[in-house]
Design a protein around this ligand. Structure first.
Ligand SMILES: Cc1ncc(COP(=O)(O)O)c(C=O)c1O
Length: 396
């Protein structure tokens, strides 16, 4: 029987009903501007303050180290451009990895037009960067290292704590160098503690943790200087001008609080679902590779390469049966180039082209997995029958 199964939670998640409830009052009667000193303003101000506490608690920071932004992309821009602009006199070299989201990779690249030099460190077959390679890439003039915590395409967990130790050691030797991590896909999936990670800047996004799209946060460690990229009023302690998005900040606060309390239980359950899905797919479908399976992974993502077919073909096929998955990152879909992340694993072109991301969420059930398992083997078989690439490779 036809059903809808959403397995694209790394692209976005539905808004949790409790999150929705918490934001509505600020779109109705509590509509004040937090900068106003009257009753209405005070109501909005206290909502922002509460949300700031909730976000801070979620990542183990102080509330005044949280800057609300419009999402993960803006957080990354503010972290990277903001740190670079404010600390140019200390150097202009940036170290990053080849598997970053474009909201990091393209920002670093854009800075090369403004005098930055960027070293892009490769990853191993498991999708992880080697902290030793990051250390080797750091130069005298390196001001920023930016490495994501969980990869959005295959879920690889990067060794950010180890990199944090390297950066901290350099700083205790008097070096002016800082660490940013894009934790957009990590938040709510694995524990995120700025203390344990040893990072100076950390990006979050609301819509990946059952909050609305268009809200995010940047953690800026006390004492770290960033230049605002939104120039305007004095909001967010001079770090981001513009009237605060009160309702969505409140929503992000609620989403963080819910994620804190429910994360462990959800992760355990979802990991079991994901593991069953992978082991049954491996049994039912020949010539597949689970990308990044050898490394530490987020329990929520399974990226599978079906050799001999285009990932898009399977995506469309599954969509017609009610199942939502994706290929590459959502931001690059529509492009027929294979994903830069899967290519970075050193896989051959066939694997990169046939890769599909199944990203689970807290609402997925065993029945969802059964439904998808009932569709994928047949769909892949049909696509392969029509694939000259697969037919010639398998000698059929
Ligand atoms: C790792 C990562 N960073 C940043 C972003 C961008 O976040 P937002 O959509 O909130 O701008 C995404 C979204 O796909 C992501 O997966």
């Amino acid at each position: 029987m036809f059903r809808r199964v959403y397995l694209d939670n790394a692209a976005t998640t539905p808004v949790d009903p409790r999150v929705l409830e918490s934001l509505l009052p600020y779109l109705r009667d509590k509509f004040g501007n937090p900068s106003s000193i009257h009753f209405y303003g005070q109501g909005a101000r206290s909502a922002i303050d509460k949300a700031r506490h909730q976000v801070a608690e979620f990542i183990g920071s102080r509330p005044n180290e949280i800057v609300f932004t419009s999402g993960g992309t803006e957080s990354n821009n503010l972290a990277i451009r903001g740190l670079f602009d404010a600390n140019r006199r200390h150097g202009s070299h940036i170290v990053t990895t080849v598997v970053e989201h474009p909201a990091v990779g393209s920002v670093c690249e854009s800075l090369t037009k403004e005098g930055a030099e960027v070293t892009v460190v490769p990853v191993g077959a498991n999708g992880c960067a080697d902290p030793g390679a990051i250390r080797e890439a750091i130069r005298e003039d390196t001001v920023l290292v930016t490495v994501m915590l969980v990869n959005n395409e295959m879920g690889a967990v990067q060794p950010v704590s180890e990199i944090g130790r390297i950066v901290r050691d350099l700083r205790s030797d008097g070096r002016k160098i800082w660490l940013h991590t894009d934790a957009v896909q990590a938040a709510g999936k694995i524990r995120v503690s700025v203390e344990d990670l040893g990072c100076d800047l950390l990006s979050l996004s609301g819509h990946k943790i059952y909050g609305p799209k268009g809200i995010g946060a940047l953690y800026v460690k006390r004492g770290v200087r960033i230049a605002p990229q939104n120039i305007g009023g004095h909001q967010e302690r001079e770090r981001r001008g513009g009237t605060e998005n009160v309702a969505f900040a409140a929503a992000l606060g609620t989403a963080c609080e819910i994620a804190s309390t429910e994360m462990d239980e959800n992760a355990e359950r979802v990991e079991r679902l994901r593991d069953r899905f992978e082991s049954e797919i491996l049994e039912a479908v020949p010539d597949i590779v689970i990308n990044g399976i050898e490394g530490p992974r987020s329990p929520y993502i399974s990226n599978i390469a079906f050799k001999g077919i285009e990932g898009e073909g399977l995506l469309i096929n599954l969509d017609m049966s009610g199942v939502a998955v994706s290929t590459g990152s959502a931001c690059s879909s529509g492009s027929i180039e294979p994903s830069h992340v899967i290519v970075a694993l050193g896989t051959d072109d066939d694997v990169a082209r046939g890769s599909v991301r199944f990203s689970f969420g807290k609402d997925n059930t065993e029945d969802d997995v059964d439904y998808v398992l009932g569709l994928v083997p047949k769909a892949v078989e049909n696509l392969r029958r029509l694939s000259p690439r697969y037919q010639s490779a398998s000698g059929a």
